[in-house]
Design a protein around this ligand. Structure first.
Ligand SMILES: NC(=O)c1ccc[n+]([C@@H]2O[C@H](COP(=O)([O-])OP(=O)(O)OC[C@H]3O[C@@H](n4cnc5c(N)ncnc54)[C@H](O)[C@@H]3O)[C@@H](O)[C@H]2O)c1
Length: 255
């Protein structure tokens, strides 16, 4: 088990179909002690049930648009642990109209909201996690999508947010590297989570990737979970500032 004696915070998990839960299962299988959070109580009751069989720490709800919520989250976490070896970042959000209209119509408010939740939250969480992460060094891992590198139809402002997130990964890696904190992202292929199914024509894209990807299939969320476990482990001790693709090779092919 590659994560024995490591404590990892997953911020956050929305339910059994979420990538956060796929990651939690892999981390637990690899021996990690998991601390978890959720956006609000609407998600909380389902998420708590998922964790019942595991010996995990429920750190409660946290809306990442609120600095006060993030402060309180780490106050509560600090009451249960005095060291953190890993932080997994999953929040992403864009207004429905900004994912279904033309990109040129993106509103100022929609842009601000998407960038705040999907990118700034990583910086805000890292800042509060720092005192716990620097105790013995650690690993921060976020989730991104190819829409941050290339223009993907209907991904729109979320693609811009993912570009900013990927750039933040590199700047955070540079900032936190001297404290032996590594910062990376996993660029995952499409997975049929609830959030993804809200994207216009998601299933069309899902089928298309199956045909084009070198592995001729879509990925399983457990493969993202296992890559997160690797990145949080000492096996990845020399890797930071990277965007690792777990997409059945789709990003590597030309037209
Ligand atoms: N599903 C895919 O195809 C896919 C592919 C590549 C990357 N990703 C990324 O994986 C991550 C998880 O997405 P998912 O598909 O598992 O869906 P998800 O809905 O489970 O995850 C999105 C998360 O964002 C959280 N969130 C939104 N607004 C928030 C707020 N104000 N405060 C706190 N949390 C908030 C939700 O609670 C939820 O947990 C996202 O970053 C997503 O972009 C997903």
């Amino acid at each position: 088990m590659i994560l024995q004696d490591k404590t990892i915070l997953i911020a956050n998990i929305s339910g059994k179909r979420s990538t956060g839960w796929a990651i939690a299962q892999s981390l637990a299988k690899q021996g990690a002690k998991i601390a978890y959070t959720y956006q609000n109580e609407r998600f909380g009751s389902d998420v708590k049930k998922l964790f019942e069989p595991l010996d995990a720490i429920d750190v409660g709800e946290c809306d990442v648009t609120s600095d006060e919520d993030i402060d309180k989250l780490f106050e509560r976490l600090g009451n249960s642990v005095n060291v953190l070896d890993g932080l997994i970042h999953t929040p992403a959000f864009a207004k429905q109209e900004d994912l279904s209209s033309n990109f040129v119509n993106t509103s100022r408010d929609g842009f601000r909201l998407a960038l705040d939740i999907s990118c700034y939250s990583l910086i805000a969480l890292c800042k509060r996690a720092l005192p716990l992460l620097e105790v013995r060094g650690g690993a921060v891992t976020a989730l991104t999508y190819i829409g941050g590198e290339k223009a993907v139809k209907n991904y729109n402002v979320m693609g811009v947010a993912k570009s900013a997130l990927e750039s933040s990964i590199r700047y955070l890696a540079l900032d936190l590297g001297p404290k032996n904190i590594r910062v990376n992202a996993i660029s995952a292929g499409p997975m049929r989570t609830l959030a993804a199914r809200g994207l216009k024509d998601f299933m069309v894209m899902y089928e298309l990737i199956k045909d084009k990807a070198p592995l001729k299939r879509n990925i399983n969320p457990s493969e993202v979970g296992d890559t997160a476990s690797f990145l949080c482990s000492d096996l990845a001790s020399g890797i930071t500032g990277e965007i690792i693709h777990v997409d059945a090779g789709y990003n590597t092919i030309g037209v």
